[in-house]
Write a protein that binds this ligand. Structure first.
Ligand SMILES: *[C@@H]1O[C@H](CO)[C@@H](O)[C@H](O)[C@H]1NC(C)=O
Ligand SMILES: *[C@@H]1O[C@H](CO)[C@@H](O)[C@H](O)[C@H]1NC(C)=O
Length: 324
């Protein structure tokens, strides 16, 4: 009898633990990174897509972030098995078909020749799989688009200044403008060029964790390490206008017009997630794994053990009944 109770308790514990370990990771908020393509393209003039988008686009989708500002690492079946059986990156493209046009407009790979499909798969691995939508890539991506397309979060309005090729804006002013317009501090990220010249790279909004996330909060730090790497008095960013779109026979002139003043400078791409062109992209695609994660194998093993225990119990019961 004691043995039977023990076995029952054991089976219950095993079943409970496999339910428990399938819970989502413990993060506090999401961070959405909107990038200014003209700044990015200024730092990588030869590799940038044409025409350069004239809107802020998504660079990093809603990223699960701890309270102290540390982003959760990308999903990994061994080292960061954050959610139970998330949709595999290779399988998401079919789900995304209904929103492909919106994605191409607002969430494009800015690198010329870089694959959008691969970019979105990496975004899924880095941000989506540990989010609150592990099995629902369509809703995850749509939620991002809804926020990025909402004029309330459009940095072109919230920053309170126009792109300019002549003036640089104090980052503190831009932050104060956003706080005034949307009620919360964003995080601004910079690209550095030449001798401490900063360009506005991204405006990142922090959303309280919710499904869907809609309520903003102050970001825990308001500048990234690149903006902070220059002395406070130099914390001013150039927010360049995108070059005027020209007809294709004028394309070479457009490229010349948008080439930086210091053409020998090596492109800087700090903290970016934008996919490299195909040559390097193919190597990163080899890191994808089959559908069955190590995590799900563990669950299957425990499931089999539980079934065995229940089977043994049932047989013992029947044996008792025969004896009685
Ligand atoms: C943030 O918190 C996590 C988990 O508590 C910790 O591992 C990480 O080092 C912290 N990061 C910072 C910058 O404090
Ligand atoms: C937002 O996410 C980026 C990565 O996309 C990260 O580098 C940055 O520290 C995060 N910022 C905040 C305020 O959470």
């Amino acid at each position: 009898m004691v043995m039977k109770q023990f076995l029952l308790a054991f089976a219950a514990a095993v079943l409970w633990s496999s339910v428990e370990s399938a819970q989502s990771p413990d993060f506090a908020y999401y961070n959405l990174s909107l990038i200014w393509p003209a700044s990015f393209c200024f730092s990588a003039p030869k590799n940038c897509i044409r025409p350069i988008p004239k809107i802020f686009t998504i660079n990093n989708g809603l990223c699960p972030t701890l309270k102290n500002g540390t982003a959760l690492p990308p999903y990994d079946p061994v080292d960061n098995n954050c959610n139970y059986n998330p949709a595999a990156p290779a399988d998401i493209m079919k789900s995304l078909a209904p929103i492909k046009t919106r994605l191409q407009k607002t969430w494009s790979n800015l690198l010329n020749g870089g694959s959008n499909d691969l970019f979105w798969q990496i975004e899924w691995t880095d941000q989506g799989m540990c989010s609150d939508y592990p099995q629902d890539p369509l809703t995850y991506f749509t939620t991002n688009l809804n926020l990025a397309e909402n004029s309330k979060y459009d940095p072109l309005k919230a920053l309170g200044v126009q792109p300019s090729s002549t003036s640089a804006y104090a980052i503190s002013t831009l932050l104060a403008n956003v706080k005034k317009k949307v009620g919360f501090y964003p995080q601004i990220s910079c690209i550095i060029q030449g001798s401490n010249k900063l360009y506005l790279r991204e405006v990142r909004f922090c959303f309280k964790r919710a499904k869907p996330p809609t309520q903003l909060q102050d970001c825990p730090s308001q500048m990234d390490y690149v903006c902070k790497s220059v002395p406070t008095v130099q914390q001013k960013v150039i927010f360049p206008p995108p070059p005027a779109t020209v007809s294709s026979h004028d394309a070479s002139r457009e490229i010349l017009a948008s080439t930086p003043n210091e053409p020998n400078e090596t492109p800087t791409d700090q903290g970016g997630d934008i996919m490299s062109p195909p040559a390097t992209a193919s190597s990163s695609s080899t890191s994808y794994w089959p559908n069955l994660t190590c995590g799900s194998l563990v669950y299957i093993q425990w499931g089999i053990i539980s079934l065995l225990v229940l089977y043994i119990l049932a047989r013992r019961n029947r044996a008792h009944e025969h004896v009685d």
